[in-house]
Design a protein around this ligand. Sequence first.
Ligand SMILES: Nc1nc2c(ncn2[C@@H]2O[C@H](COP(=O)(O)OP(=O)(O)O)[C@@H](O)[C@H]2O)c(=O)[nH]1
Ligand SMILES: [Mg+2]
Length: 324
Amino acid sequence: MHPTQTHPTDHAGTVAGLSATTRAHQAHSSHLELQPATTAHLAHLAAHQAASAAEASLPSRGEVGARPTVTVVVPARNEARNIGHVLERLPEGIDQVVLVDGSSRDDTVAVALAVRPDIEVVHQARRGKGNALAAGFEAATGDYIVMIDADGSMDPREIRRYLAALDAGADYAKGTRFTDGGGSDDITWVRRTGNKALNLTANGLFGTRYSDLCYGYNAFRRSCLEAFALPDGHDIEAEKRWGDGFEIETLINVRVAKAGLRIAEVGSFESERLTGESNLRTFRDGTRVLVTILRERLTRSARAPRPTAEECPVCVAEPVRSSA
Ligand SMILES: Nc1nc2c(ncn2[C@@H]2O[C@H](COP(=O)(O)OP(=O)(O)O)[C@@H](O)[C@H]2O)c(=O)[nH]1
Ligand SMILES: [Mg+2]
C-alpha cells in the first residue's frame, strides 16, 4: 500500500504563471492530502488543479529533479498519415517521446523523425499493441509515463489533465470516455456494448469502479511498472503472450487495482482515427479481454483485500473525474 503523500515538486506546483489564487489553493491542497480527506474534497481538488494546469504548457525542465520528468509512449503500426498530427500537438516540455514501431510497411518512422527529430524509435519483438507498449515502457526514462495512440483519435493536449491527476496524488490516471469531459466519435455500438459488459464484469470481480475499461489513453508513475508485470517486450518468441494484444489496457487496469494503487479517472474525448482502419477485431479481441479478466481473477493476489477509502482516498473506491 502506498502511503498518502504530498508531491512538493509536482507539475501543477511548478507551472509558470499560475495565479495567486491557484497557488493558495495548491498550498491548501498539500495540506489536504495529509488529512483524512473525503473523496468529494479530492475530486474537487483534482478538477481544480487540472483546470489550472490546462492553462499553461508544461514547465521547462530546469534543474534536474525540479519536477517529475515525462515520457510519452506512442505505439504505431502503419500510421504515416496520422503520426505527424499527434506529434505536432504534444505539449511543450515533454522530456522523452518513444515511438514503438510495429514493423510498419509505410513511412511511419520517417514521418515521425521528420516531425520530431528527437523521438526515440523502438522496435518490438513480437506482434500486437500490448507488446509494443511493453517495449516502449522498457525504454521510458520519465517519472511519469503517458501512453497515447498514433492514429489521431486522442488529443495530446489532454496530457496536461493526466499529469495534473498524477500531481494530485494518483499513481495511475485512467482515461475515460464515459464521464464529464469525455466522449467518443470513434466507438461503434457493438464496441460500446461489449466494453460496458466487460467493464461490469471487471468491476464485479475486482471491486473497482472503472467507467471505461478498454480505453488506451492513460498515464502513470513509473513505480506502477512493477505492478503491471508485463511480459518482456524484447523477448523474441514465436507465440503471442497474454498482454501482447489489445487486452493490454485491461491487464494494466486490473493489476493496478489488485496492487492497491491510487487510481484517478480523467475525462477524455476520442475522435475518429484520422485515416486508415482500426487494427482491433471486436470479437477476437473482446474475447481476449474477457479471458484476461478471468485469468487475473484466478491468480492469488486477486483475492487480496481491497484498500479502504481512507487508506487509498484517490482510488478505485471513488475515482476522481478531472475536467480540463
Ligand atoms: N507498434 C504497434 N502498434 C500497434 C499495433 N497494433 C495497433 N497499434 C497501434 O495502437 C494504436 C491503437 O490501435 P487502433 O488500430 O487504432 O485500435 P483501436 O483504437 O482500438 O481501434 C494505434 O496507434 C496503432 O497504430 C502493433 O501491433 N504494433
Ligand atoms: Mg484507434
